[in-house]
Design a protein around this ligand. Structure first.
Ligand SMILES: CC(=O)N[C@@H]([C@@H](O)[C@H](O)[C@H](O)CO)[C@@H](O)CC(=O)C(=O)O
Length: 306
């Protein structure tokens, strides 16, 4: 049995987008406003500095600023997972220590990126992060961007440690998700990454999910979760299919994060543009499509909340 409170990590956890001002600098006021909004919506937690949060495009100091702002605003209300993955282990360790200082509830990390690393390297990288604080650790498995394919063998070895409480799986195979759940054991968390498969992930063993598109429609993922828990699988599936059509549209823009930020801007949350090389929404035609998509999402949110 793990000695950590695993229930704090079960449910809908939003992968928080970055927030920049008009000069492209971290905008802590906007960070706090959007974090406050999500707390009011009633999600379980926030995943800070991950893919959607553009942690890899920010300096160590910038990442600390973002996390500190989140903790100051909602650290007492939501479960905050700090993603501390970085190309260099020493940066990840520094970020993990900072996460512990400001009171984050867990740290998480991808394998170190850029170099093709052996499983031993990745294990040592993660172990250095784990050993640097007393916080629980969640493996971030996203092979399509890191190029590292986590084996069941390494997962099992990592999961044997009390501090390693789970894995966030952004790979698309729900079979792998089920296999990792089986390998980790009952008190090992598996968090679904592909938002398009939230229900599939839950049905095959995920304890909840961490997702980027949750940020523009958390109410719809909360609805799927409620239907699933109530045993109304037909209704859960109907909402998952609605969400998937919305995600297909979101993915048709030059960048997903640019599209999501443009939608949030229409709702009064100005998070700035994503950082290059991630592209913002630029053309008039795309802005018009964003307006239509926003209206559709809002109408579904109204229905889900009715
Ligand atoms: C590959 C990728 O970025 N996957 C996203 C999904 O939320 C993804 O944006 C969504 O399923 C749309 O494809 C998350 O798993 C990543 C995430 O949670 C994060 O921002 O760290």
């Amino acid at each position: 049995m793990k000695t950590y409170d695993l229930d704090a990590f079960r449910g809908i956890i939003i992968a928080l987008y970055s927030s920049y001002d008009e000069h492209g600098e971290i905008n802590t006021k906007a960070v706090r406003e959007i974090a406050r909004h999500y707390a009011n919506v009633g999600v379980k937690g926030l995943y800070v500095g991950g893919s959607s949060g553009e942690g890899m495009l920010q300096s160590v100091e910038e990442r600390k600023l973002v996390l500190a702002a989140v903790m100051a605003e909602v650290g007492d209300e939501l479960t905050i997972i700090a993603h501390v993955g970085a190309p260099a282990t020493r940066d990840s360790v520094e970020l993990a220590k900072h996460a512990a200082e400001v009171g984050a509830h867990a740290v998480s990390a991808v394998p170190a990126i850029y170099y093709r690393l052996s499983p031993q390297s990745v294990e040592s990288h993660w172990q250095a992060i784990i050993d640097s604080t007393s916080l629980p650790f969640i493996i971030y498995h996203i092979p399509q961007t890191t190029g590292f394919h986590l084996s069941k063998q390494l997962l099992t070895k990592m999961a044997a440690q009390d501090k390693v409480i789970g894995v966030k799986i952004s790979a698309e195979s729900t079979f792998e998700l089920q296999q990792f759940k089986a390998a980790g054991g009952r008190d090992f968390l598996v968090l679904n990454g592909p938002d398009e498969q939230y229900l599939a992930g839950r049905s095959i063993g995920a304890d909840g999910g961490i997702g980027g598109t949750y940020g523009v429609m958390p109410e719809l993922f909360l609805k799927i979760e409620r239907c699933y828990v109530q045993g109304d699988l037909a209704e859960a599936q109907r909402w998952q299919f609605i969400v998937n059509e919305l995600i297909v549209e979101l993915l048709s823009f030059p960048s997903l994060y640019g599209a999501c930020k443009a939608i949030l801007k229409l709702r009064g949350f100005d998070l700035g543009e994503p950082r290059m090389p991630l592209l913002p929404v630029v053309t008039e035609a795309d802005h018009a499509r964003i307006e239509q998509l926003n209206a559709r999402i809002l109408s579904y949110i109204e229905q889900a909340n009715a």
